[in-house]
Write a protein that binds this ligand. Structure first.
Ligand code: SF4
Length: 211
């Protein structure tokens, strides 16, 4: 977390009363904006808040799937908190979503994802990470449109899990939805980052300032 950052929750002070998607705004309990280190090199992007994340207000927390992600963050050295913490102490990682409001009965529509996109784009612009981790096929395909030269429908998180996809400006390291991962796939993801991403200079593509 940078010296100027006061809170891990919604550090860019995004609109917590946004009603740009009326059908979601009418039934959500709250908007779940991004959480984490505003100067992070790694950004995890999920599809949208689960019921657990909506309850805590923190992406990828509040349920067993979130705990898997938090356990992975701990194994990678990004978190100093137990996996079931509702407000994990994160460093060098930022967690966010394609769309930030949860409908209890359905996924966000494509239009709702498009409507929410400016929030994600603004976060990525301000953070300027090196590595983006799309969590699940939908997040992977949405990010592929913007940041890779491959056709989005050619991507499937099951095939790309724990690999590196070189993109335009960012590298993508896709992850299967945590609720669909086996323990072996969790281990494979951690090993890919620790053995293939951390040891090399993934910062070189942007001439990033030294940290
Ligand atoms: S999903 Fe995004 S754009 Fe739509 S109401 Fe929620 S915060 Fe606003």
């Amino acid at each position: 977390m940078t010296a100027h950052q006061e809170t891990l929750t919604n550090p860019f002070n995004m609109d917590e009363d946004c009603r740009n998607c009326p059908a979601l705004a009418d039934c959500r309990e709250r908007v779940v904006h991004g959480y984490g280190d505003a100067g992070a090199e790694f950004v995890f992007v999920g599809e949208g808040p689960s019921a657990g994340a909506e309850a805590t207000g923190v992406p990828f927390t509040g349920d067993p799937a979130g705990e898997r992600v938090q356990r992975i963050l701990g194994e990678l050295g990004f978190s100093r908190s137990p996996a079931d913490s509702p407000e994990p102490d994160l460093q060098n990682v930022y967690l966010t979503y394609l769309s930030r409001c949860r409908h209890p009965d359905r996924d966000a529509t494509d239009e709702e994802v498009r409507t929410c996109e400016p929030f994600l784009n603004a976060e990525l612009r301000m953070i300027n990470p090196e590595i983006i981790v799309p969590v699940g096929t939908r997040a992977l395909r949405e990010l592929a449109i913007e940041y890779t030269t491959r056709a989005p429908e050619s991507f499937d998180a099951a095939d790309e899990h724990a690999t590196t996809v070189r993109g335009r400006g960012f590298e993508l390291v896709p992850m299967l939805l945590p609720e669909e991962q086996t323990d072996e796939q969790e281990t494979a993801f951690v090993e890919h980052l620790t053995e293939n991403v951390f040891p090399r200079d993934y910062r070189q593509t942007k001439g990033r300032r030294s940290r």
